[in-house]
Design a protein around this ligand. Structure first.
Ligand code: FAD
Ligand code: DLZ
Ligand code: SF4
Length: 519
């Protein structure tokens, strides 16, 4: 019974479930560059270059192992344009009896796959994606009956499951979470390691030409593409991170610096999310290097706050958002708890704004299809939250602009963490902040036309009055949240004139935003 083994662009893992038990003589693996996936949102050009090149390299590595692969190139004349149509066509072309694939990353793809058996009149096996530490069922079991689904408690389950940074049932160092140590601004003069880069090979160069030709109207720059596109290159990025950046990861995790997009982050999300790296191996490596650094005098000790902080992102947040996504979809996508309806401002696509923090984060995003977490959350996201941008439009933007974006990871981060659109299922309170936070964690304000210490008036930092306007708009809802109580007490003590001036400035600013005037 020869089978078609379908591998999607975010399933580029040699031990992916769809390949298990493959009959090398008779089965055919299908990888397909299809219009429906590349255009269902207008993905950043670098995201498409990265994925198509990684797919082409992965297909070659399967062929090198003697596996039969049908690779559908984007411009093939017989390209069927969608995953479903490709599957149907290749089943017939190779006289295959059924399809084996791996659980996809997005609800809409899964919903489509569920129709295939009937439509194609053959067996369709959708195997569990065992690259995640928690199954969808594990999360559902943990979440069932809980009012609030806090990452912290789920994360501890993941630590226990992997026996990671645990001794005799107790967390390494006595605490589960060292986040409080991870909030330093980057001191002036700190040497930031060079970002790991790779020169594009012939395969990548061909994809760059394709993207220039076919996706010219998509957001983002294609120039200076330097990401890894193979498993070996992805491993190299991870190794260099562990060697050069991990030590400072925790301390500077929340820092932002003018013209420095990479800092001490790992830059592995592209590779992890498309399958070139797996969470299991990343965590095992980091843990092993940490213990080696404790016991081997020739290695400088790696601080626990960095190791724990990094591991928390990978097995805590990443696993948690995936669980939350599948637990709540498709209803989660419709949520708009704060009734936010404002259209996404045009400058999100151009970076053309006088707010230096916003233009910096958009510039990084446009150039690299990358911005680090705090840029996404506390600058871009904070602005979207404070100005009440439509969750639908904000979600689409984040899905388009980042090279690591797939709906399972993007949606909970945006609707849950950034916009509070899920009414507090993910976050215990909105991540709303005034300019003071951005100034504390970055040097953006030093380069800005607005003045971060000024609260109202023409020169005032817009985040300052927008912050109070946000709190004002949602007072009925948020003042009963005990984590917001102190801030509402401060608001009550505010002089009436100061409060009214902030509201008036916010009103003028939002009007300008709606009229597409430069802000
Ligand atoms: P590091 O800071 O080095 O962190 C290590 C790894 O931890 C990341 O590679 C990632 O796999 C994981 N991780 C960290 N934070 C999160 C998180 N909140 N959720 C899930 N995984 C996390 N991450 C994505 O992978 N895809 C997205 O589409 C995405 N959209 C986001 C949207 C918003 C609004 C926000 C606030 C965060 C989003 N994140 C997303 C999470 C995070 O910003 C990125 O994972 C991170 O910036 C990737 O860069 P890095 O590999 O250098 O991460
Ligand atoms: C994101 C993406 C793009 C741009 N193109 C393809 C493609 O041509 N073929 C493919 O198999 N997958 C692609 N993907 C990734 C899919 O959209 C991804 O599998 C779903 O988003 C589910 O996570
Ligand atoms: Fe951003 Fe305000 Fe600072 Fe300007 S002053 S960079 S707008 S926080």
């Amino acid at each position: 019974m020869p089978q078609l083994r379908l591998i999607l662009a975010d399933q580029l893992t040699h031990h992916i479930a769809a390949l298990e038990g493959i009959d090398i003589e008779n089965d055919v693996v299908l990888l397909a560059e299809v219009r429906s996936e590349a255009n269902y949102v207008k993905h950043h050009k670098k995201k498409i270059i990265f994925l198509f090149s990684a797919m082409r390299h992965f297909a070659q590595s399967l062929k090198d192992k003697g596996i039969k692969v049908h690779y559908t190139y984007y411009q093939d004349t017989d390209n069927q344009g969608s995953l479903a149509a490709e599957v149907a066509y290749r089943l017939t072309q190779y006289s295959l009896d059924g399809v084996i694939t791996t659980f996809p990353g997005e609800y809409r793809v899964h919903a489509d796959m569920l129709t295939w058996e009937k439509a194609l009149q053959c067996s369709v096996a959708i195997r569990q994606d065992d690259r995640f530490i928690a199954t969808i069922e594990d999360f559902a079991q943990w979440a069932e009956g809980k009012k609030q689904l806090r990452m912290e408690f789920f994360y501890r389950e993941m630590r226990r499951k992997l026996n990671c940074l645990i001794h005799d049932g107790q967390p390494e160092g006595g605490k589960w979470n060292y986040d409080a140590d991870n909030r330093a601004k980057l001191p002036k003069g700190t040497v930031i390691p060079e970002h790991t880069q790779f020169a594009p090979d012939d395969i990548t160069l061909a994809v760059i030409e394709l993207v220039k030709e076919e996706f010219a109207d998509h957001f983002g720059d294609w120039e200076h593409f330097h990401y890894g596109v193979t498993r070996d290159q992805a491993l190299h990025v991870l190794d260099i991170f562990i060697l050069e950046r991990l030590r400072s990861f925790g301390q500077y995790q929340d820092a932002m610096v003018q013209d420095e997009p990479w800092l001490f982050h790992s830059h592995i999300s592209f590779y992890l999310n498309c399958g070139l790296l797996t969470a299991h191996e990343i965590v095992a490596k980091v843990e092993q290097v940490y213990y080696a650094s404790l016991h081997d005098e020739s290695i400088e000790t790696i601080p626990l706050n960095s190791v724990e902080g990094f591991i928390r992102q990978v097995i805590g947040w990443r696993e948690y958002v995936r669980g939350l996504y599948w637990f709540t979809m498709p209803e989660y996508k419709q949520r708009n708890h704060l009734n936010a309806t404002r259209a996404l401002p045009e400058f999100f696509w151009t970076g053309d704004t006088n707010m230096n923090c916003m233009s910096q984060c958009i510039k990084d995003t446009k150039e690299h299809a990358y911005a680090h977490h705090i840029q996404r959350l506390m600058v871009l996201g904070n602005f979207a939250l404070l100005t009440g941008l439509s969750p639908e439009q904000v979600n689409e933007w984040y899905l388009i602009v980042y090279g690591d974006a797939y709906e399972w990871v993007e949606l909970p981060n945006v609707s849950g963490m950034v916009l509070y659109a899920d009414g507090g299922l993910l976050a215990s309170k909105p991540y709303a902040a005034s300019g003071a936070y951005i100034n504390k964690m970055s040097n953006y304000c030093k380069h800005c036309d607005y003045k971060v210490t000024v609260k109202t008036g023409e020169d005032a930092c817009p985040f300052n009055y927008l912050y109070w306007d946000f709190l004002n708009r949602h007072e009925a809802e948020l003042s009963s949240n005990h984590r917001m109580a102190m801030i509402y007490r401060t608001k009550q003590k505010m002089a009436v004139e100061k409060h009214d001036a902030a509201m008036a400035d916010a009103h003028t600013f939002l009007l300008k935003l709606d009229n597409n005037e430069k802000v």
